[in-house]
Design a protein around this ligand. Structure first.
Ligand code: GLU
Length: 220
């Protein structure tokens, strides 16, 4: 039995549908229709300050005008907070992620150091090895923390249908944040959780997302 293809278009409703978005939607739709698969629509509206209902309506109108009909119910990230919180907890429990208590000032000092030394900046991993007792103490003291993904050693590869086999040395990717200090998930986590949960079989999106791809694969 061949698995039926499931594709998605995932706009952030922060403005009208732009030409790059329309192009991504069109190719996803064409592929789904050609293969008898599903074309799903996911609204990435976790950024409450920048997302508006008006932009959402405008994007839906534009897709309808283009004749790009979607299958199944619209998925809205703003309604899926529980799923993302569960995922963060799972990452923490398994040790795939850790709490980072570094302050804005500490992180700025790291960035400044990298600028001075003309190095590419990524997080030093300072909180990677905090022992459980220290973490508990910091939590009890009410210190704010973000949650960072513990990037393992090695290489992350994927086969991009346009660019061919693509690899990233993990050491060039710093431990990145998956949840902010207020507990909200970042874009990278939301996409990894949703693409998994929605059973997406092929991700087709702009080249600007290539650097995000190894991070999302690692989270998955
Ligand atoms: N919401 C993202 C954007 O509008 C797209 C995410 C994705 O396709 O993975 O750029």
């Amino acid at each position: 039995m061949t698995l039926s293809e499931r594709l998605r278009f995932a706009p952030s409703p922060t403005g009208d549908l732009h030409i790059g978005g329309a192009r991504a939607a069109l190719f996803n739709w064409l592929y789904a229709r050609k293969t008898g698969g599903k074309f799903l629509l996911r609204i990435e509206d976790t950024d409450r300050e920048r997302s508006t209902e008006q932009a959402l309506e405008s994007i839906l109108d534009s897709l309808r005008w283009l004749g790009l009909d979607w299958d199944e119910d619209l998925v809205r990230q703003s309604e899926r907070g529980g799923l993302y919180r569960d995922a963060v907890k799972k990452l923490l429990d398994s040790g795939a992620a850790y709490r980072c208590f570094c302050t804005v000032e500490e992180l700025e000092a790291e960035r400044e150091h990298a600028r001075r030394e003309k190095l590419d900046y990524h997080y030093s991993g300072k909180c990677r090895h905090l022992d459980d007792a220290t973490v508990s103490r910091y939590i009890n003291e009410g210190r704010p923390f973000t949650v960072r993904f513990r990037v393992p050693e090695g290489v992350t590869s994927f086969d991009d249908l346009v660019h061919g086999p693509t690899s990233f040395q993990n050491e060039t990717i710093g431990d990145f944040i998956v949840a902010r200090a207020d507990g909200s998930p970042v874009y990278l986590l939301g996409v990894a959780v949703d693409d998994t949960d929605m059973g997406i079989t092929l991700v087709m999106r702009g080249d600007d997302h290539i650097p995000n791809t190894p991070k999302q694969i690692m989270i998955m």
